[in-house]
Design a protein around this ligand. Structure first.
Ligand SMILES: O=C(O)CCC(=O)C(=O)O
Ligand SMILES: [Fe+2]
Length: 305
């Protein structure tokens, strides 16, 4: 083998091994804690980290629902486990979407969970919503976002009057020649993700790296609303660019599942930004921002919003 071929092979070997280990945190009596100040710094800089699943939260009902929501309904209107492809979800501005990538998604606002989802799934999501709120406020602390501004910026996240929704993801490994989920940043402040298998990747310092799963932990993403808000502050937050590459069918392995709780501004609200003097300014309507972003990424924006 030539020197060049050898070094190329070594390089490939290195790339195959390369993965990213995210900083880890936990929520202790409502307060977000990283092990070290350096972990806090890295979390804001990467725009992603792990947070421990609380002891009183059993995520299985959520993952089970990822494996049934898309199946044809049984005809029993009381069965909320299946039939969501055809359902229509008339009260939701989001709902079911058959996307051009492998993933098919059900997105429902938090005030509709009780109506449309099985009770045990709603219970998991509500617990995850509380955790996500605690984590969000912990990141506001870390990024020096003044407490007095947080209700305005979020539209009242603690009272659940901002925009909070779940996304339930089924990755159809049987569909070939498409990404699992195309590369994107999330639009809001924060997304907490629960997955059943690896596949999540982050664009880190110019390279796509698979993220090492940390057992017993969720992954948290920070999104565009946070990036815009803090861009001119001393501790700017990154909106993490992430994706799931094409998944291949594997005998005996179920399709990949994930579900998330997202928090962001309502579409009738502005995005805010601190100027260099630390004054809070309206930046752009969140709806306009979202429509522009969808256009750039080449997908349709929710037709009902
Ligand atoms: O399934 C995952 O790991 C990521 C899902 C995701 O990026 C999303 O729902 O926005
Ligand atoms: Fe995402």
């Amino acid at each position: 083998m030539t020197d060049t071929a050898q070094s190329q092979q070594a390089q490939r070997g290195k790339q195959e091994e390369a993965h990213l280990i995210l900083p880890a945190a936990e929520v202790d009596a409502g307060t977000l804690r990283f092990a070290t100040a350096d972990d806090t710094e890295r979390a804001l800089c990467i725009g992603a980290f792990n947070v421990a699943v609380p002891e009183d939260l059993d995520v299985r009902a959520g993952l089970d629902f990822c494996r049934t929501f898309y199946k044809p309904g049984t005809g029993d209107p009381a069965d909320r486990h299946r039939g969501h492809r055809e359902h229509g979800h008339p009260a939701s501005k989001l709902g079911y979407e058959d996307r051009p990538d492998q993933v098919e998604q059900l997105q429902l606002e938090s005030f509709l969970w009780q109506e449309y989802l099985p009770d045990e799934v709603t219970a998991v999501l509500r617990r995850m919503r509380q955790l996500t709120l605690d984590v969000l406020y912990g990141v506001f602390d870390a990024a020096w976002v003044p407490e007095a501004d947080r209700d305005l910026i979020t539209g009242g996240a603690p009272q659940d009057t901002g925009l909070c929704y779940t996304t339930v993801n089924h990755y159809r490994a049987g569909l070939s020649d498409r990404a699992g989920i195309v590369e994107h940043s999330d639009s809001g402040f924060i997304t907490t993700i629960c997955t059943d298998q690896p596949g999540y990747e982050i664009l880190h310092e110019g390279h796509w790296l698979p993220v090492r799963e940390r057992p017993g932990h969720f992954t948290v993403n920070l999104g565009d609303a946070f990036r815009v808000l803090t861009r001119k502050l001393p501790r700017p937050v990154t909106a993490v660019y992430h994706r799931v590459p094409e998944l291949r069918p594997d005998a005996g392995v179920p399709d990949r599942s994930s579900f998330t709780v997202y928090m962001g501004p309502r579409y009738d609200m502005p995005l805010y930004q601190y100027d260099t003097e630390g004054r809070l300014r309206e930046y752009q309507s969140f709806r306009d921002f979202s429509v522009e972003k969808a256009g750039k990424l080449g997908y349709d924006f929710h037709s009902r919003v």
